[in-house]
Design a protein around this ligand. Structure first.
Ligand code: FAD
Length: 461
């Protein structure tokens, strides 16, 4: 980075919002790697859209590459930063601008943390339905850029479905404002969707209008044990058909993962014994607290009589709800069981998931250097996660594991990324999910919007 650029950034933001040298040692590239220190030319902390645009313009003129940092919770290496880059952190873009109860929308800057959006909505008896384990750190810009999914996609959709409007800064510094609160807008291309899921390669998201729904008045959950995958898919259809649209989450956990999530050092205790081949966590959000609870209990009993489950434990209190969902949300305890870990997030037809995991698990477990294969996932969305615990970090093992997990996906019509994105980790496997024509179109888009490639270079393509 030239001295003139550094001086221009300091003129723009003041010295306290341009960090260099020693000040970068306390910064990091991921919440799970906080002790490594950040290696970059500088880290800049804009507070509004105009400042973001001015920074990008300065960098565009000089061909200076920018790494965009949100909450640093992504699982695909997309905030790994190179020493010659400038980091633009969105943490000071942290204002909630408006909660509109009539339009059921919330307007935020892109550095607002997900749990803060959820809390602001809750204060008005509204719900921002997006929810996942990293909600206390992930920021709206990062969430939109990865089109995150999570625990309630089955009912409310991916992030993409929850965005009404968006503002972004293009790689040359142009501000594109599409911050509308309206639900329907077919006046030409839906431009906001270009920035959702494109991992910061086409622009920096600065503000967004997010869709809220009425706060459900009842929440009911249960942990369910069963012995075969047909029961898991059968129960999903049975509950969905009979819960009148209130089924909101249906999470499947394989037995080794359930044990790792509910035995020390994990804090939660197991609600069900370690006897089953599959564990399902269901959640229903409705409007009649007592009737909804009774209805779920009734359906679980009926499902048991029909042979769709072996045993179920319903949550009987708020404490039970916290207990059950903490088991599923705290995936870090699984990763922490081994010195090294590798994460996967694949999509495939729901009907193929049981056989796919049954075949992949032993093959992965047999590899020398693998000490744990943990499968779990948003099975109602056709999405399985694997965390592979490893004793060593060599590249040969990493590639062999990738090969085993990804190889069947093309034939099954699956995807190497259901919700975490491509980042740097999955670039080499994009062709397994996308055709040559699709990849060529992505390149065309990227070359037209970001010909100099200064934003998040090296991601996706
Ligand atoms: C414990 C845990 C559980 C998780 N569970 C789920 C889950 O269930 N479902 C799911 O989908 N994901 C999950 N994730 C990963 C999820 O993708 C990220 O948590 C989140 O979407 C990224 O938000 P972030 O603010 O941390 O972004 P970062 O990690 O900081 O960045 C992610 C990407 O977005 C870019 N970016 C950041 N801000 C902007 C911006 N303003 N404009 C343009 N680009 C930007 C970055 O450059 C990077 O490419 C989980 C992660 C963890 C650690």
């Amino acid at each position: 980075m030239s001295d003139s650029l550094l001086a221009a950034l300091r003129d723009l933001l003041g010295p306290k919002r341009v960090l260099t040298g020693e000040a970068l040692r306390e910064r990091y590239v991921h919440i799970w790697r906080m002790t490594e220190g950040l290696r970059a030319q500088a880290l800049v902390l804009p507070q509004n859209t105009q400042e973001v645009a001015a920074i990008v313009r300065l960098c565009h003129q000089r061909g200076q590459s920018i790494a965009i940092h949100g909450g640093l919770t992504n699982l695909v290496g997309s905030t790994d930063t190179r020493p010659e880059q400038i980091v633009l952190s969105t943490e000071r873009l942290n204002r909630i601008e408006e909660v509109d109860e009539q339009s059921r929308s919330i307007t935020v800057q892109s550095g607002v943390i997900l749990s803060e959006v959820q809390a602001a909505a809750r204060e008005r008896e509204l719900l921002f339905p997006l929810n996942f384990g990293a909600k206390g750190s992930a920021r709206i810009g990062g969430i939109l850029s990865t089109n995150a999914g999570g625990l309630r996609v089955f009912r409310f959709g991916m992030t993409r479905q929850l965005v009404l409007g968006l503002e972004a800064v293009l790689p040359d510094g142009t501000i594109v404002n599409s911050l509308k609160k309206i639900i329907k807008d077919n006046s030409g291309y839906d431009l906001k969707q270009l920035f959702i899921g494109s991992e910061g390669t086409l622009g920096i998201i600065t503000r967004a209008v997010l869709k809220l729904v009425e706060m459900p008045r009842s929440r009911n959950s249960a942990v369910i044990g069963m012995q075969d995958y047909q029961q898991a898919t059968g129960l999903l259809k049975f509950l969905d058909r009979n819960l009148a649209g209130t089924l909101s989450a249906y999470e499947l956990i394989w037995p080794a993962t359930y044990r790792a999530m509910t035995s020390p050092p994990a804090i939660p205790k197991p609600p069900l014994p370690y006897d089953y081949a599959y564990y399902v966590l269901v959640d229903s959000l409705g409007s009649h607290p007592e009737a909804d609870r009774d209805r779920l209990l009734e359906l679980l009993l009926e499902a048991q009589e029909r042979g769709l489950l072996a045993e179920a434990v319903p949550a009987l209190s708020e404490a039970d709800l916290d207990w059950f969902w903490r088991i599923r949300e705290d995936v870090r305890v699984v990763a922490d069981r081994s010195p090294y870990d590798q994460h996967f997030d694949v999509s495939l037809p729901i009907s193929d998931i049981g056989a796919y995991v049954a075949q992949r698990r032993p093959e992965l477990a047999r590899l020398e250097g693998v000490e744990g294969v943990y499968a779990f996932g948003h099975v109602a969305d056709g999405n399985v996660h694997f965390i592979i615990g490893k004793t060593r970090a060599d590249d040969g093992l990493r590639l062999r594991i990738n090969e085993l997990v990804y190889a069947p996906l093309r034939e099954l019509g699956g995807s190497v990324s259901a919700e975490h994105g491509i980042g740097t980790h999955k670039k080499a496997y994009l062709h397994l999910s996308r055709s040559p024509a699709e990849i060529a179109l992505m390149r065309l888009l990227k070359n037209s919007l970001a010909p100099r490639g200064i934003l998040n270079p090296g991601l996706i393509l």
